[in-house]
Design a protein around this ligand. Structure first.
Ligand SMILES: *Cc1c(COP(=O)(O)O)cnc(C)c1O
Length: 398
């Protein structure tokens, strides 16, 4: 078998291209797609051993599948973790994690600036089953510390936050989790392991949507969990195989191929976002720009320390005026994709207050700093001058 040696460490660029795949007897070069729901055994004794877990090997694709395993192992290697688990979506990863680790009477401390559906999973779903959540400001370490209770079982954060790009000191929150003897889970959707590796910063679990940057071309919906802790992995695996939000082999294949180009794509997303943010910051129709790569950003120094070689691909900005002005800017661009999705090769533009954050109340939005005049752009891979010209076309309309 000609594959990477287990004995030496390889650069993430090499890991992304080479790790995870175990070549079959056909000696294929590209990873194959195993579209099979089940696997067969030589005899009844082998079936029994596989089912009991005494012998390794595949049983049924809700539990394990070679193509899905390939993606799980490649992503885990990139995050610097030992165990990866793929899920049907990013939300299946988040809810699977909570199902596995929490029970009635438990308490979670989470950052307030969460992805909308994640917030709903806490407040509308797990609240019904007796799990209480306290939401704290992502950047307020005293608030994190003060929110921990004797029945706290998990700390959960998302960094940078959406859409304002606030950056958490993951190392400091991990230290608070360690003191409280509870795991810290980090949703790493915006950074990906190309920019930030939470397990290296002391977190215990990384949650991913694969739908965004891991795919990078907007083709499939998927998610994943990565951990270094075998006991946590066993809980997650057991819950996911029982409840069933598994990833399809075809999607796993798309995501595995996506990981091969992740680092290169992230470099370009970051470079384009930085140039766009700098251009927006000097535009007279723009009131404020939120991007960790700008020196004016409150956590610029922290982001420079935690992130590896870039500040992410998402930029938010407030235009002078209110909702009308923001909508006019969006509608006046010629070709930017008007969609709430992000992490795509195509640049996307959205109005958070009426899309991604429409379901929270106006008060909550105001408290979170998400004004009616805020616009979010996920910088794609088009040529940056062309992106800027189209944003300019939008801004010229106000
Ligand atoms: C999109 C997203 C999710 C959910 O992922 P899906 O694949 O859409 O289920 C979770 N967290 C963040 C930060 C996201 O951007």
């Amino acid at each position: 078998m000609r594959e990477l040696s287990r004995r030496r460490g390889y650069h993430p660029h090499t890991v992304a291209v080479r790790c995870g795949h175990r070549r079959s007897a056909e000696q294929e070069h590209c990873e194959p797609v195993f579209t099979t729901s089940s696997f067969v055994f030589e005899n009844a004794a082998e079936a029994a051993a596989r089912f009991s877990g005494d012998a390794p090997g595949n049983v049924y694709s809700r539990f394990t599948n070679p193509t899905v395993r390939g993606f799980e192992n490649r992503l885990a290697a990139l995050e610097g973790g030992r165990f990866g688990l793929a899920t049907a979506s990013g939300m299946a990863a988040v809810s699977g994690l909570l199902l596995a680790l929490l029970k009635a009477g438990d308490h979670v401390v989470a950052s307030a600036e969460l992805f909308g559906s994640t917030l709903s999973v806490f407040t509308k779903v797990f609240a019904r089953f007796g799990v209480e959540a306290t939401f704290v400001k992502l950047t307020d370490l005293d608030a994190w510390r003060a929110a921990v209770r004797p029945n706290t079982r998990l700390l959960f954060l998302e960094s940078p936050s959406n859409p304002l790009c606030e950056v958490a000191d993951v190392e400091a929150v991990a230290a608070i989790a360690m003191d409280a003897r509870v795991p810290l889970a980090v949703d790493n959707a915006f950074c990906t392991p190309a920019l930030q590796r939470p397990l290296q910063l002391g977190a215990n679990i990384v949650a991913h949507t694969a739908t965004k940057y891991l795919d990078g071309q907007g083709r499939c919906v998927g998610g994943a969990l990565v951990t270094d802790n075998e006991a946590i992995y066993d809980e997650l695996f057991s819950m996911l195989r029982t409840t069933g939000p598994c990833m399809s082999p075809f999607n796993a294949w798309v995501f595995s191929k996506g990981l091969e180009t992740l680092a290169l794509r992230m470099q370009q997303h970051c470079a384009n976002a930085l140039q766009l943010a700098q251009w927006l910051a000097q535009h007279p129709a723009v009131e404020a720009v939120h991007y960790p790569g700008l020196e004016s950003h409150p956590q610029h120094a922290l982001a420079a320390r935690l992130f590896n070689g870039g500040f992410g691909g998402v930029v938010s900005f407030a235009v002078r005026g209110g909702r009308d002005a923001a909508w006019r800017v969006i509608d006046s661009t010629e070709w930017l994709s008007i969609t709430a999705n992000l992490g795509d090769a195509k640049t996307t533009i959205t109005h958070p207050a009426t899309t991604t954050h429409a379901r929270i109340s106006a008060d909550e939005r105001a408290r979170a700093g998400i004004g009616e005049n805020l616009i979010r752009i996920s910088a794609g891979l088009e040529y940056i001058d062309d992106i800027i010209v189209d944003v300019q076309t939008g801004l010229d309309a106000v």
